[in-house]
Design a protein around this ligand. Structure first.
Ligand code: ZN
Length: 141
């Protein structure tokens, strides 16, 4: 189900709890909501569960025109720090903000079937994942 985007700074600044096997509905809602904002509106490339009001460690992001889900992502390795600017659907009226990201990250996560995976991402996809993982820590750009 497409959910409303949370913009309340207090709600967005909480640290997400670990996701469990029971959070399939959260992932499904996140998938539907990001699908709408990416494919229909073209305004968003990634989303964390707290942006749809659920304080669990689930993220969704666009990779090769497909929406990927990660439960409990952890960055194991990062390389190539650089400065960039980002914006966020949860700050609709603000300008893009300065931040630092890594060009290459190795991420451990549980996939949509709750199977453990380890994958390396680079470039824009890596940037989106880092932005969404910041949301899970209550960090807003
Ligand atoms: Zn954001």
């Amino acid at each position: 189900m497409i959910k409303e985007i949370v913009t309340d700074q207090f709600l967005l600044s909480r640290t997400a709890a670990k996701a469990t096997n029971d959070d399939g509905q959260v992932a499904s809602d996140l998938y539907d909501t990001l699908s709408y904002y990416y494919f229909e509106k073209g305004t968003c490339v990634g989303m964390a569960a707290n942006m749809i009001g659920v304080n669990k460690a689930v993220i969704a992001f666009v990779d090769n025109e497909k929406i990927q889900i990660m439960y409990n992502p952890i960055i194991m390795k990062e390389e190539g720090k650089y400065a960039t600017k980002e914006s966020c659907l949860s700050h609709p009226r603000e300008e893009a903000k300065d931040t630092f990201r890594y060009k290459k990250i190795k991420v451990s996560y549980l996939d949509e079937n709750f199977k453990k995976k380890i994958k390396t991402y680079t470039g824009f996809t890596a940037q989106i994942i880092q932005h969404e993982m910041d949301h899970l820590e209550g960090v807003l750009i």
